[in-house]
Design a protein around this ligand. Sequence first.
Ligand SMILES: C[S@@+](CC[C@H](N)C(=O)[O-])C[C@H]1O[C@@H](n2cnc3c(N)ncnc32)[C@H](O)[C@@H]1O
Length: 404
Amino acid sequence: MTDRKNHRFYAACPWGLEKLLEEEARSCGAKRTRATPSGVAFEGPRQAAWELCLRSRLASRVLEEVGFHDYWDSRDIYALARSVAWENYFLPSQSIRVSVSAHRAPLKSLDFTTLRIKDAVCDHFVQACGSRPDVDRDSPDVQIAAYLDEKYCTLYVDLAGEPLFKRGWRTDKGEAPLKENLASGLLMLSGWEPGTTLLDPFCGSGTIAIEAACTACGVAPGLRRHFAFEQLLSFEPETWQELLEDAKSEVNLHRELRIEASDISSIVVGKARANALRAGLAPLLEDGRLSFRTGDAREIVPPEGTEPGLIVANPPYGEQSSPRSATVGSMMRKVADNLKHAFPGWRAWMLTSDLHLPGEMHLKESRRTVLFNGPLECRFFRFDLVAGSNRRQKKGGAGRPGTP
Ligand SMILES: C[S@@+](CC[C@H](N)C(=O)[O-])C[C@H]1O[C@@H](n2cnc3c(N)ncnc32)[C@H](O)[C@@H]1O
């Protein structure tokens, strides 16, 4: 029987993308959504959470809440975990892993708390079913997550399993690859629409270009993978099949597109192409709507016969060297000179951890958005390219946009 009851969920995402994730969640049927730092809490039927796993381009995980209480110490957390009717979620024959994350939790040891939650789950099962689940740290059937703040403990069962940014196609990686959900977030923040030519001149493993092509062609990110909720007792194969069939029917690989990605390393370009093939984008590669080539970002030119479009890229940060690598700085200056000269009317978005990038490029950004690439605090800069203009003044700080 189809369960239409409302449950509580939490979807996590990279910091800075919460509002966009909230829109995604609503479009999957989530109700009473609430954006928090790095995620969105919501309510809805389980189908909404499954659909979010399947369709979200931004979420890293989707969790179902199974317990919530205030606590004083780990004894209270044990009592909470012991009180959850785990047998309604999974079988004692399935393996588990418990993870705990905390923000300002007044506890001495999170490892000890993790152990106590595992004990509570097992003790509950022994009492309720006469047997207990095994722990499997590497590939458990069921992942239990606890989140502790100063006062409250929330217990969740993970619905995704492998993090959702793992779409299944990126087995070949270049240097410092972006997570797929952050790449999609950059595209959304940039306002890119499939009718606009898109360039990534620092494409690495092709993440931005492939995410863009999949978005344009309606390829849901989860179409090629499995999810942890398929192992839970609440799973309804028929409902899931319907969700999958709906998503499959939206795939259209014939969309008009122009996405050009390049990188100075022929090795990573080969990897990017292999990733695109694994993502099912062969028809786009064959007729050139999506292309990967080896090239230097200092010398790129706009594709012939196209209107000014969008550049979305994350150039090398050079954060390994301190102070920042002079080589990367002078390269970015040359990239900027070329952009100003060859791309009038285009808009370029660059993700970097280097706050000085606009100064190095002698360009004034028209927008900056704070994002995190993993633990690295970054800025997503927007530069509006107008021939010979929007340069920074050499002295006296930033020039106004449009001042020569
Ligand atoms: C931070 S990585 C980009 C990662 C990429 N977004 C991904 O998800 O895999 C920067 C890339 O810039 C490339 N690169 C460095 N200098 C370049 C240049 N002058 N022209 C083009 N690509 C360059 C590097 O080979 C590297 O792949």
